[in-house]
Design a protein around this ligand. Structure first.
Ligand SMILES: Cc1ncc(COP(=O)(O)O)c(C=O)c1O
Length: 369
């Protein structure tokens, strides 16, 4: 019998993570989410939230979650196919299908589970998934769980995708091209028209057109969905294990998402304000990067996610802390989450002009050192 402790490797692995400066930890916030958040008794300006439209603390969304709990309790108490189905689940799925202009939709307990379950359902060992190199972790894990072959094409590069299709398509049964729409750690968009053209040419499905989305970000709730044809959704209800074998989305999350969709529909001005805020910050950052060349590089972005690439891990950690000292919270992201270290800023519709100006002033301040 070996006399070493079979769990010793965890210590060694943790040490290696620390040495590589890859160790990550939660930062805990108090109070409700919004343009400002409470941390250790201080109020910080929040430029790290996925709640782009400011709905996670909206009184109408909160009230809908409370009403759903009052009507249906706190837990769904079973999977959708057994005892967990409630009328609000179908109402939410119909509302999503309406919003996305598809026949139908299916809601999962998270976006992460939506992608895994969908891939496991639609591909297997004889199939090929071509994925953008920067795709979200759940797409990668979904392909692995499905047992399909994953090949990465260079980020947002249709030429590389075409090259791989030409070389490998014929060796496989089904083909899926899987891409994030908005790359969450960069902020740029996938080249959808070219991807659709290639998918048609090579007889592939597109896991973007089989539209997967999250309820956990702009809708201020928790959960994920797939929207698509009636047949696809019917098939997923029968074959997506992360939907079949897990407890149905909670009443509170379901009620909140339904209310949020209604607000998104009836208040388009929120999206207009978000776009204005993003344009304002982006223009100011462009001026700053021109004034202090080499200090930050603004990565290409077409979304509320703006990433400032910096020299290395030590710099991003120092910059993140320096911003926090100035009352501003942004995410400092670094390998292994992303290939290069960067400050990841997310702009919200509910930031006011003076809050945006404080961010810009603080970035100007830290650019000087
Ligand atoms: C591109 C992408 N896909 C999937 C997910 C997972 O969604 P969720 O947070 O609802 O699990 C996220 C965000 O976390 C994402 O940015």
């Amino acid at each position: 019998m070996p006399n070493s402790n079979p769990y010793d490797w965890i210590d060694r692995a943790l040490n290696a993570i620390h040495q590589a400066k890859w160790y990550r930890q939660e930062t805990t916030f108090d109070g409700a989410p919004g343009a400002t958040i409470e941390h250790e008794g201080r109020s910080l300006l929040n430029f790290a939230s996925n709640d782009y439209l400011g709905l996670a603390a909206d009184p109408r969304v909160r009230q809908a979650a409370i009403a759903a709990i009052e009507a249906h309790g706190t837990g769904s108490t079973g999977s959708r196919l057994l005892s967990g189905d409630r009328p609000i689940h179908r109402q939410l799925e119909r509302a999503i299908a309406d919003l996305k202009q598809t026949d139908d939709a299916i809601v999962f307990s998270s976006g992460y589970l939506a992608n895994i379950g969908t891939l496991v359902a639609i591909v297997g060992r004889r199939d090929l998934v071509l994925g953008d190199r920067y795709n979200h972790s759940c797409l990668r894990l979904g392909v692995a769980a499905a047992g399909a072959t994953l090949m990465d094409y260079e980020h947002a590069d249709p030429l590389d995708l075409a090259y791989l299709l030409d070389r490998h398509r014929a060796d496989f049964r089904r083909l899926v091209i899987a891409t994030d729409s908005v790359f969450s750690m960069d902020g740029d968009l996938c080249p959808l028209p070219q991807i659709l053209e290639l998918a048609e040419l090579y007889g592939g499905m597109v896991l973007e057109l089989i539209q997967m989305g999250t309820l956990s970000k702009a809708l201020g709730s928790l959960g994920g969905y797939v929207a698509g044809s009636a047949k696809l959704i019917d098939f997923l209800r029968n074959r997506a294990p992360s939907w079949i074998y897990t407890t149905a989305l909670s009443p509170a999350d379901t009620g909140a998402a339904l209310a949020a969709i209604e607000i998104v529909r009836s208040e388009p001005e929120r999206r207009v304000q978000l776009r204005e805020n993003v344009a304002y910050v982006r223009a100011a950052i462009a001026q700053l990067t021109a004034a202090v060349p080499g200090r930050f590089r603004l990565l290409p972005s077409d979304s509320p996610i703006l990433c400032l690439e910096v020299a290395n891990v030590a710099t991003v950690l120092r910059d993140g802390q320096a911003l926090r000292d100035r009352g501003i919270f942004v995410s400092a992201v670094r390998p292994p989450t992303v290939p290069t270290s960067r400050l990841r800023l997310t702009v919200m519709a509910t930031h006011d002009r003076s809050q945006l100006d404080q961010l810009i002033a603080a970035l100007g301040d830290i650019a000087a050192f």
